[in-house]
Design a protein around this ligand. Structure first.
Ligand SMILES: Cc1cc2nc3c(=O)[nH]c(=O)nc-3n(C[C@H](O)[C@H](O)[C@H](O)COP(=O)(O)O)c2cc1C
Length: 355
Protein backbone atom coordinates (compact mmCIF):
# COMPACT_ATOMS: atom_id res chain seq x y z
CA UNK A 1 0.00 0.00 0.00
CA UNK A 2 1.03 3.60 -0.57
CA UNK A 3 1.22 6.52 1.83
CA UNK A 4 1.96 9.60 -0.20
CA UNK A 5 5.03 8.61 -2.22
CA UNK A 6 5.98 5.80 0.09
CA UNK A 7 5.11 2.24 -0.90
CA UNK A 8 5.25 -0.33 1.91
CA UNK A 9 3.95 -3.16 -0.25
CA UNK A 10 2.12 -5.81 1.78
CA UNK A 11 3.89 -5.04 5.00
CA UNK A 12 2.10 -4.30 8.27
CA UNK A 13 2.12 -1.47 10.80
CA UNK A 14 3.34 -1.68 14.38
CA UNK A 15 0.73 0.23 16.43
CA UNK A 16 1.73 3.08 18.72
CA UNK A 17 1.92 1.73 22.27
CA UNK A 18 2.82 3.81 25.30
CA UNK A 19 5.80 2.44 27.22
CA UNK A 20 6.36 -0.18 24.52
CA UNK A 21 7.15 1.29 21.11
CA UNK A 22 10.46 2.80 22.08
CA UNK A 23 13.32 2.77 19.61
CA UNK A 24 14.60 -0.59 20.90
CA UNK A 25 11.37 -2.40 20.08
CA UNK A 26 10.80 -0.49 16.84
CA UNK A 27 14.19 -1.61 15.55
CA UNK A 28 13.42 -5.25 16.33
CA UNK A 29 10.05 -5.01 14.55
CA UNK A 30 11.62 -3.33 11.54
CA UNK A 31 14.22 -6.12 11.33
CA UNK A 32 11.29 -8.52 11.33
CA UNK A 33 9.82 -6.66 8.36
CA UNK A 34 7.26 -4.34 9.91
CA UNK A 35 6.40 -1.88 7.14
CA UNK A 36 6.07 1.12 9.43
CA UNK A 37 6.48 1.62 13.16
CA UNK A 38 5.29 4.40 15.45
CA UNK A 39 6.96 6.44 18.12
CA UNK A 40 5.15 6.65 21.44
CA UNK A 41 2.27 9.09 21.49
CA UNK A 42 3.17 12.64 22.51
CA UNK A 43 1.04 15.59 23.53
CA UNK A 44 0.80 18.38 20.97
CA UNK A 45 1.12 20.84 23.81
CA UNK A 46 4.39 19.23 24.95
CA UNK A 47 5.78 19.44 21.42
CA UNK A 48 4.99 23.13 21.14
CA UNK A 49 6.47 23.83 24.58
CA UNK A 50 9.62 21.85 23.77
CA UNK A 51 9.08 19.61 26.76
CA UNK A 52 12.17 17.41 27.17
CA UNK A 53 10.33 14.12 27.82
CA UNK A 54 8.07 14.80 24.85
CA UNK A 55 11.02 15.38 22.54
CA UNK A 56 12.66 12.21 23.78
CA UNK A 57 9.50 10.20 23.06
CA UNK A 58 9.09 11.23 19.47
CA UNK A 59 12.72 11.42 18.41
CA UNK A 60 13.88 8.70 16.06
CA UNK A 61 16.87 7.76 14.00
CA UNK A 62 16.73 8.12 10.23
CA UNK A 63 17.51 4.42 9.91
CA UNK A 64 14.16 3.69 11.57
CA UNK A 65 12.14 5.11 8.69
CA UNK A 66 9.43 4.52 7.58
CA UNK A 67 8.10 5.83 10.87
CA UNK A 68 5.01 7.65 12.14
CA UNK A 69 4.63 10.06 15.04
CA UNK A 70 1.36 10.10 16.93
CA UNK A 71 0.06 13.18 18.69
CA UNK A 72 -2.65 13.82 21.22
CA UNK A 73 -4.42 17.16 21.27
CA UNK A 74 -7.62 19.02 20.50
CA UNK A 75 -6.67 22.63 19.96
CA UNK A 76 -6.41 23.55 16.27
CA UNK A 77 -3.59 26.10 16.61
CA UNK A 78 -1.57 23.87 18.95
CA UNK A 79 -1.95 20.94 16.59
CA UNK A 80 -0.93 23.16 13.68
CA UNK A 81 2.23 24.29 15.50
CA UNK A 82 3.03 20.79 16.76
CA UNK A 83 2.72 19.25 13.31
CA UNK A 84 4.87 22.02 11.87
CA UNK A 85 7.57 21.26 14.43
CA UNK A 86 7.39 17.48 14.01
CA UNK A 87 7.47 17.73 10.22
CA UNK A 88 11.00 19.18 10.48
CA UNK A 89 12.15 15.71 11.52
CA UNK A 90 10.67 14.33 8.34
CA UNK A 91 8.63 11.39 9.62
CA UNK A 92 6.60 9.47 7.06
CA UNK A 93 3.28 10.07 8.79
CA UNK A 94 1.84 12.20 11.57
CA UNK A 95 -1.20 10.66 13.26
CA UNK A 96 -3.89 12.18 15.45
CA UNK A 97 -4.93 9.98 18.37
CA UNK A 98 -8.72 9.62 18.46
CA UNK A 99 -8.68 6.32 20.30
CA UNK A 100 -7.41 6.82 23.82
CA UNK A 101 -10.31 5.79 26.12
CA UNK A 102 -8.65 6.79 29.40
CA UNK A 103 -10.86 9.10 31.49
CA UNK A 104 -8.22 11.66 32.27
CA UNK A 105 -7.66 12.13 28.51
CA UNK A 106 -11.32 11.99 27.40
CA UNK A 107 -12.41 14.37 30.16
CA UNK A 108 -10.18 16.97 28.49
CA UNK A 109 -11.99 16.26 25.20
CA UNK A 110 -8.96 14.58 23.67
CA UNK A 111 -8.30 11.05 22.40
CA UNK A 112 -11.49 9.05 21.89
CA UNK A 113 -13.61 12.05 22.97
CA UNK A 114 -12.80 13.55 19.55
CA UNK A 115 -14.95 10.83 18.00
CA UNK A 116 -18.10 12.56 19.23
CA UNK A 117 -18.06 15.44 16.77
CA UNK A 118 -17.01 14.93 13.13
CA UNK A 119 -17.12 18.73 12.58
CA UNK A 120 -14.48 19.35 15.23
CA UNK A 121 -12.44 16.47 13.86
CA UNK A 122 -12.68 18.03 10.38
CA UNK A 123 -11.27 21.32 11.60
CA UNK A 124 -8.39 19.60 13.41
CA UNK A 125 -7.42 17.50 10.40
CA UNK A 126 -7.57 20.60 8.18
CA UNK A 127 -5.21 22.45 10.50
CA UNK A 128 -2.81 19.52 10.75
CA UNK A 129 -2.67 19.16 6.97
CA UNK A 130 -2.01 22.89 6.65
CA UNK A 131 0.94 22.70 9.07
CA UNK A 132 2.54 19.47 7.95
CA UNK A 133 4.80 20.66 5.11
CA UNK A 134 3.60 17.79 2.99
CA UNK A 135 4.07 15.02 5.59
CA UNK A 136 0.94 12.86 5.24
CA UNK A 137 -1.59 13.17 8.06
CA UNK A 138 -3.54 10.19 9.39
CA UNK A 139 -6.10 9.68 12.13
CA UNK A 140 -6.46 6.63 14.36
CA UNK A 141 -10.18 6.23 15.00
CA UNK A 142 -12.32 3.92 17.07
CA UNK A 143 -15.84 2.96 15.97
CA UNK A 144 -17.56 5.57 18.13
CA UNK A 145 -18.44 6.33 21.71
CA UNK A 146 -20.31 3.08 22.33
CA UNK A 147 -22.35 0.54 20.42
CA UNK A 148 -25.36 2.86 20.27
CA UNK A 149 -23.28 5.71 18.84
CA UNK A 150 -21.10 4.17 16.14
CA UNK A 151 -20.16 7.04 13.83
CA UNK A 152 -16.92 5.81 12.29
CA UNK A 153 -18.22 6.35 8.76
CA UNK A 154 -18.87 10.05 9.40
CA UNK A 155 -15.49 10.43 11.06
CA UNK A 156 -13.72 8.59 8.26
CA UNK A 157 -15.37 10.90 5.71
CA UNK A 158 -14.35 13.89 7.79
CA UNK A 159 -10.72 12.74 7.67
CA UNK A 160 -10.83 12.14 3.92
CA UNK A 161 -12.66 15.37 3.05
CA UNK A 162 -10.16 17.48 4.96
CA UNK A 163 -6.97 16.14 3.43
CA UNK A 164 -6.15 13.13 5.61
CA UNK A 165 -4.00 10.62 3.74
CA UNK A 166 -4.83 7.47 5.66
CA UNK A 167 -7.19 6.15 8.33
CA UNK A 168 -6.40 3.60 11.01
CA UNK A 169 -9.52 2.05 12.50
CA UNK A 170 -9.33 0.30 15.84
CA UNK A 171 -12.49 -1.77 15.50
CA UNK A 172 -13.78 -1.26 19.02
CA UNK A 173 -15.78 1.56 20.59
CA UNK A 174 -14.44 3.84 23.28
CA UNK A 175 -16.65 2.02 25.82
CA UNK A 176 -15.24 -1.38 24.73
CA UNK A 177 -11.75 -0.32 25.80
CA UNK A 178 -9.77 -3.52 25.02
CA UNK A 179 -11.79 -6.41 26.35
CA UNK A 180 -14.22 -7.26 23.56
CA UNK A 181 -13.24 -8.86 20.29
CA UNK A 182 -12.79 -6.21 17.63
CA UNK A 183 -15.76 -5.94 15.25
CA UNK A 184 -14.12 -6.20 11.83
CA UNK A 185 -17.44 -5.84 9.98
CA UNK A 186 -17.13 -2.08 10.43
CA UNK A 187 -13.73 -2.07 8.77
CA UNK A 188 -15.33 -3.28 5.54
CA UNK A 189 -17.91 -0.50 5.73
CA UNK A 190 -15.24 2.14 6.27
CA UNK A 191 -13.18 0.76 3.40
CA UNK A 192 -16.21 1.01 1.11
CA UNK A 193 -17.04 4.54 2.28
CA UNK A 194 -13.75 6.31 1.55
CA UNK A 195 -11.15 6.41 -1.20
CA UNK A 196 -8.05 6.89 0.95
CA UNK A 197 -6.25 3.84 2.38
CA UNK A 198 -7.83 2.19 5.43
CA UNK A 199 -5.76 0.14 7.86
CA UNK A 200 -7.60 -2.21 10.21
CA UNK A 201 -6.62 -2.71 13.83
CA UNK A 202 -7.80 -4.94 16.65
CA UNK A 203 -7.69 -8.60 17.73
CA UNK A 204 -4.99 -9.87 15.39
CA UNK A 205 -2.62 -12.23 17.16
CA UNK A 206 -1.45 -14.51 14.35
CA UNK A 207 -0.60 -14.06 10.66
CA UNK A 208 -3.80 -15.97 9.85
CA UNK A 209 -5.85 -13.44 11.86
CA UNK A 210 -4.29 -10.66 9.78
CA UNK A 211 -5.05 -12.40 6.51
CA UNK A 212 -8.59 -13.13 7.62
CA UNK A 213 -9.18 -9.49 8.56
CA UNK A 214 -7.81 -8.23 5.23
CA UNK A 215 -9.73 -10.83 3.21
CA UNK A 216 -12.98 -10.04 5.02
CA UNK A 217 -12.74 -6.27 4.89
CA UNK A 218 -10.62 -5.33 1.89
CA UNK A 219 -8.50 -3.11 4.16
CA UNK A 220 -5.23 -1.95 2.64
CA UNK A 221 -3.15 -3.24 5.53
CA UNK A 222 -3.27 -4.08 9.23
CA UNK A 223 -1.91 -2.47 12.35
CA UNK A 224 -0.73 -4.83 15.10
CA UNK A 225 -0.55 -3.91 18.78
CA UNK A 226 -0.77 -6.67 21.43
CA UNK A 227 -0.16 -9.31 18.78
CA UNK A 228 3.39 -7.96 18.42
CA UNK A 229 4.31 -7.96 22.10
CA UNK A 230 7.02 -10.55 22.53
CA UNK A 231 6.13 -11.54 19.00
CA UNK A 232 7.82 -9.26 16.47
CA UNK A 233 7.89 -12.45 14.36
CA UNK A 234 4.27 -11.82 13.41
CA UNK A 235 5.49 -9.33 10.80
CA UNK A 236 7.93 -11.68 9.05
CA UNK A 237 5.61 -14.67 9.40
CA UNK A 238 2.88 -12.68 7.64
CA UNK A 239 5.24 -11.96 4.74
CA UNK A 240 5.98 -15.68 4.39
CA UNK A 241 2.29 -16.48 4.58
CA UNK A 242 1.58 -14.06 1.75
CA UNK A 243 4.50 -15.22 -0.39
CA UNK A 244 4.34 -18.98 0.14
CA UNK A 245 0.84 -19.53 1.47
CA UNK A 246 2.17 -21.10 4.67
CA UNK A 247 2.71 -19.59 8.11
CA UNK A 248 6.09 -20.88 9.35
CA UNK A 249 4.65 -20.86 12.88
CA UNK A 250 6.22 -19.85 16.17
CA UNK A 251 10.02 -19.75 16.02
CA UNK A 252 12.00 -22.15 18.18
CA UNK A 253 13.23 -21.04 21.59
CA UNK A 254 16.76 -20.29 20.33
CA UNK A 255 15.45 -17.83 17.76
CA UNK A 256 13.32 -16.25 20.47
CA UNK A 257 16.35 -16.09 22.77
CA UNK A 258 18.57 -14.48 20.14
CA UNK A 259 15.95 -11.88 19.22
CA UNK A 260 15.23 -11.11 22.86
CA UNK A 261 18.94 -10.74 23.69
CA UNK A 262 19.29 -8.29 20.81
CA UNK A 263 16.22 -6.42 22.06
CA UNK A 264 17.76 -6.24 25.54
CA UNK A 265 21.00 -4.91 24.11
CA UNK A 266 19.00 -2.19 22.34
CA UNK A 267 17.24 -1.35 25.63
CA UNK A 268 20.54 -1.12 27.49
CA UNK A 269 21.93 1.24 24.87
CA UNK A 270 18.76 3.33 24.81
CA UNK A 271 18.04 3.57 28.54
CA UNK A 272 21.08 2.37 30.49
CA UNK A 273 21.13 -0.69 32.77
CA UNK A 274 18.87 0.57 35.53
CA UNK A 275 15.91 1.68 33.44
CA UNK A 276 16.39 -1.09 30.90
CA UNK A 277 16.09 -3.86 33.48
CA UNK A 278 12.35 -3.56 34.19
CA UNK A 279 11.55 -3.11 30.53
CA UNK A 280 13.69 -6.12 29.63
CA UNK A 281 11.91 -8.30 32.22
CA UNK A 282 8.52 -7.30 30.87
CA UNK A 283 9.53 -8.12 27.30
CA UNK A 284 11.20 -11.39 28.35
CA UNK A 285 7.92 -12.67 29.73
CA UNK A 286 6.08 -11.58 26.62
CA UNK A 287 8.57 -13.34 24.35
CA UNK A 288 8.26 -16.64 26.19
CA UNK A 289 4.59 -16.47 27.14
CA UNK A 290 3.54 -19.18 24.65
CA UNK A 291 6.36 -21.57 25.46
CA UNK A 292 6.53 -24.33 27.96
CA UNK A 293 7.96 -23.34 31.37
CA UNK A 294 6.58 -19.79 31.46
CA UNK A 295 5.48 -20.17 35.08
CA UNK A 296 8.98 -21.09 36.18
CA UNK A 297 10.38 -18.09 34.29
CA UNK A 298 7.85 -15.86 36.03
CA UNK A 299 8.91 -17.19 39.43
CA UNK A 300 12.59 -16.50 38.82
CA UNK A 301 12.53 -13.26 36.93
CA UNK A 302 11.18 -11.04 39.69
CA UNK A 303 14.30 -11.33 41.82
CA UNK A 304 16.73 -10.56 38.99
CA UNK A 305 18.73 -7.41 39.68
CA UNK A 306 21.15 -7.20 36.76
CA UNK A 307 20.88 -7.42 33.01
CA UNK A 308 23.67 -10.01 32.87
CA UNK A 309 21.76 -12.23 35.29
CA UNK A 310 18.67 -11.80 33.15
CA UNK A 311 20.64 -12.76 30.05
CA UNK A 312 21.83 -15.95 31.79
CA UNK A 313 18.30 -16.76 32.91
CA UNK A 314 17.00 -16.32 29.37
CA UNK A 315 19.73 -18.51 27.90
CA UNK A 316 19.13 -21.27 30.47
CA UNK A 317 15.40 -21.00 29.91
CA UNK A 318 15.77 -21.39 26.14
CA UNK A 319 18.12 -24.37 26.62
CA UNK A 320 15.59 -26.03 28.89
CA UNK A 321 12.77 -25.51 26.40
CA UNK A 322 14.85 -26.92 23.55
CA UNK A 323 15.98 -29.94 25.51
CA UNK A 324 12.50 -30.72 26.83
CA UNK A 325 10.54 -33.24 24.85
CA UNK A 326 7.40 -31.13 24.99
CA UNK A 327 6.21 -29.40 21.87
CA UNK A 328 5.85 -25.63 21.87
CA UNK A 329 2.37 -25.11 23.07
CA UNK A 330 0.11 -22.22 23.85
CA UNK A 331 -1.05 -22.24 27.42
CA UNK A 332 -4.66 -21.38 26.90
CA UNK A 333 -5.20 -19.64 30.21
CA UNK A 334 -2.10 -17.47 29.83
CA UNK A 335 -2.92 -16.69 26.23
CA UNK A 336 -6.44 -15.60 27.13
CA UNK A 337 -5.24 -13.51 30.03
CA UNK A 338 -2.63 -11.99 27.78
CA UNK A 339 -5.12 -11.05 25.10
CA UNK A 340 -7.42 -9.46 27.63
CA UNK A 341 -4.89 -7.77 29.81
CA UNK A 342 -1.67 -7.57 27.99
CA UNK A 343 -0.14 -6.29 31.12
CA UNK A 344 -0.37 -9.45 33.19
CA UNK A 345 3.11 -8.60 34.22
CA UNK A 346 2.77 -4.90 34.80
CA UNK A 347 -0.36 -4.31 36.81
CA UNK A 348 -3.11 -2.04 35.53
CA UNK A 349 -2.04 0.63 37.96
CA UNK A 350 1.41 0.88 36.45
CA UNK A 351 0.33 1.72 32.96
CA UNK A 352 -2.87 2.67 31.21
CA UNK A 353 -3.16 1.67 27.57
CA UNK A 354 -3.84 4.70 25.54
CA UNK A 355 -5.68 4.13 22.34
C1 LIG B 1 0.35 -1.12 26.21
C2 LIG B 1 -0.49 -0.42 25.17
C3 LIG B 1 -0.28 0.92 24.92
C4 LIG B 1 -1.03 1.59 23.95
N1 LIG B 1 -0.76 2.90 23.66
C5 LIG B 1 -1.40 3.50 22.61
C6 LIG B 1 -1.05 4.81 22.18
O1 LIG B 1 -0.17 5.47 22.73
N2 LIG B 1 -1.72 5.34 21.12
C7 LIG B 1 -2.72 4.64 20.47
O2 LIG B 1 -3.30 5.15 19.51
N3 LIG B 1 -3.06 3.41 20.87
C8 LIG B 1 -2.42 2.82 21.89
N4 LIG B 1 -2.76 1.55 22.25
C9 LIG B 1 -3.81 0.85 21.50
C10 LIG B 1 -3.23 0.04 20.35
O3 LIG B 1 -2.53 0.86 19.44
C11 LIG B 1 -4.35 -0.71 19.58
O4 LIG B 1 -5.20 0.22 18.98
C12 LIG B 1 -5.18 -1.61 20.49
O5 LIG B 1 -4.37 -2.31 21.43
C13 LIG B 1 -5.99 -2.61 19.66
O6 LIG B 1 -5.16 -3.47 18.92
P1 LIG B 1 -4.85 -4.98 19.39
O7 LIG B 1 -6.19 -5.65 19.57
O8 LIG B 1 -4.00 -5.49 18.26
O9 LIG B 1 -4.12 -4.90 20.69
C14 LIG B 1 -2.05 0.89 23.25
C15 LIG B 1 -2.27 -0.46 23.52
C16 LIG B 1 -1.51 -1.12 24.47
C17 LIG B 1 -1.78 -2.59 24.72
Amino acid sequence: MKIGNLDIGRKLFLAPMAEVTDSSFRKICKEQQAGMTFTQMVSADGVVKNNFETLRHFSFNRSEKPIGVQILGNHPETLFEAVKEISKMNPDLIDLNCGCPVDKVCSKKMGAALLDDPKILSSLVRKMVAGSNGVPISVKLRLGKDKSAVNVLENAKAVEDNGGALIFVHARTRADKYDMNADWSWLKKVKEAVNIPVVGNGSMFTPHDVKEMIDLTGCDSAMIARGALGNPFIFSRFQVLMEKGIDPGEPDAFVVRDTLLKHIKNLEEEFGELLALDKAKKHSIWYFKNYTGINSLLEKIFSVKKLDTLRELISDHAERIMSSSKEIHIKEEIHKKFQKKVLFWLTDQNISPLG
